[in-house]
Write a protein that binds this ligand. Structure first.
Ligand SMILES: Cc1ncc(COP(=O)(O)O)c(C=O)c1O
Length: 392
């Protein structure tokens, strides 16, 4: 018999879509996949070369649970220079991806029944991670007029004596919205007043199309103390498979996270960590080129979407997604459980384009597309979607 925890866990929508796409492709169908949340670029050479060197130099033994000192120093330097926040090396823990850094944090902070506020739309894995460690996700509605960024007032209304953490994804997956400094100050203020931790998921921080990005921890010493800064190399340096993420927190929490990680997995692969050192110190040009390409694709995608009258979308300021409002098409579909799933299924089978239904992010009137894919494929996929919607 499986653990009762698993009764509440929803299988991943995104993995379900990938499986369907594979099946259809195996049948010989020409499918354009706009559902993937992974850079289409290869890992830059400096990172790959450093990993090969690490193997040849036999850097293949156990190391510190918190991560290689060289990598933590590189992260410390990056946070200092790029994010304007200074952490001690021992306040940083390197984990197997941002996902793992978040899970470690939740294990360290949550007691059974503790509440975690998740503003909608949210990244698919948050609720399941929280439930798996015995916490209670509290979903918070946000407003379209604010690009679905949560406000101080909305948070205030969701707080209970059991609230322990709020998740802020900045830039957002799925909307690409970025919080301004003033918006973040309001959030910090309410969290400080109510003793709530802020889990600042900044994994898309380097994919930013606006002039300035503010890390929550950089706002003040008090803000830094209650913030868990989560970041990693999956998106910024196209290193999804290497599994390198990290948390930067206050010292007490960092020690707890390191102890948890030490018992569960020891530490992420040392080879990946050596690659990470070069990713952070020698791949800035490659990251800038990728961001430039994403921006070009974003502008291209928007120019097509603007021509489809019956939809709307959030103008992204970062990340590589577009969150598209399809609510005006509701009366053209029959569905039982979810409109966005019905729409996405029919778009896949009839329009030959794979997208992620908005229900995966808690909002059934939307779909998400990714522009982390080849530019020609993106254009073809969008044109197919346009034809599909216009012929409904
Ligand atoms: C918002 C957000 N956080 C975290 C992650 C996980 O990243 P990693 O590959 O570092 O585990 C993702 C990946 O899609 C994400 O979109």
């Amino acid at each position: 018999m499986l653990s009762s925890k698993l009764k509440e866990i929803t299988p991943s929508y995104t993995i379900g879509i990938s499986t369907k796409v594979k099946e259809l492709k195996n049948q010989g169908l020409d499918i354009i996949n706009l559902s993937i949340g992974e850079p289409d670029f290869f890992t830059p050479s400096p990172a790959k070369d450093h990993a090969i060197q690490a193997i040849q130099m036999n850097h293949t033994k156990y190391d510190a649970a918190a991560g290689l000192l060289d990598l933590r120093k590189a992260i410390q330097n990056k946070l200092d220079i790029e994010n304007n926040v200074s952490y001690a090396v021992d306040e940083i823990v390197v984990s197997s991806g941002a996902k793992h850094a978040i899970t470690n944090t939740l294990i360290a902070l949550l007691d059974h029944g503790d509440e975690v506020i998740i503003p909608k739309p949210y990244w698919v894995s948050y609720p399941e991670m929280i439930k798996l460690v015995g916490g209670k996700p509290i979903f918070l509605n946000t407003q379209r007029k604010n690009d679905f960024k949560v406000t101080r007032k909305e948070i205030e209304q969701a707080i209970t004596p059991k609230t322990k953490i709020i998740f802020i994804t900045n830039p957002s997956n799925p909307t690409g919205a970025i919080y301004s400094k003033d918006e973040l100050k309001g959030i910090v203020d309410i969290c400080l007043k109510n003793n709530i931790y802020i889990l600042a998921d900044e994994i898309y921080e380097s994919i930013c199309y606006v002039d300035s990005f503010t890390s929550i921890a950089s706002l003040s010493t008090e803000a830094k103390d209650i913030t868990i800064t989560i970041n990693g190399l999956s998106k910024s340096v196209a290193m999804t498979g290497w599994r390198i993420g990290y948390s930067a927190t206050n010292m007490v929490l960092a020690k707890a996270i390191s102890a948890i990680q030490g018992h569960l997995v020891s530490h992420p692969s040392t080879i990946s960590q050596w690659a990470g050192v070069s990713a952070l110190t020698s791949c800035q040009t490659e990251t800038a080129e990728m961001v430039h390409t994403y921006k070009t694709r974003k502008d291209l995608a928007i120019s097509v979407l603007k021509k489809i009258e019956s939809i709307g979308f959030i103008n992204p300021q970062g990340a590589f997604y577009l969150f598209i409002d399809i609510s005006s098409l509701k009366d053209k579909f029959k569905w039982h459980h979810s409109f966005s799933v019905a729409f996405s299924d029919i778009l896949l089978t009839h329009g030959k384009v794979a997208v992620v239904p908005g229900i995966a992010f808690g909002m059934d009137d939307f779909i998400r597309i990714s522009y982390a894919c080849d530019t020609d494929e993106l254009l073809e996929g969008l044109n197919r979607m346009k034809t599909f919607i216009e012929n409904l």
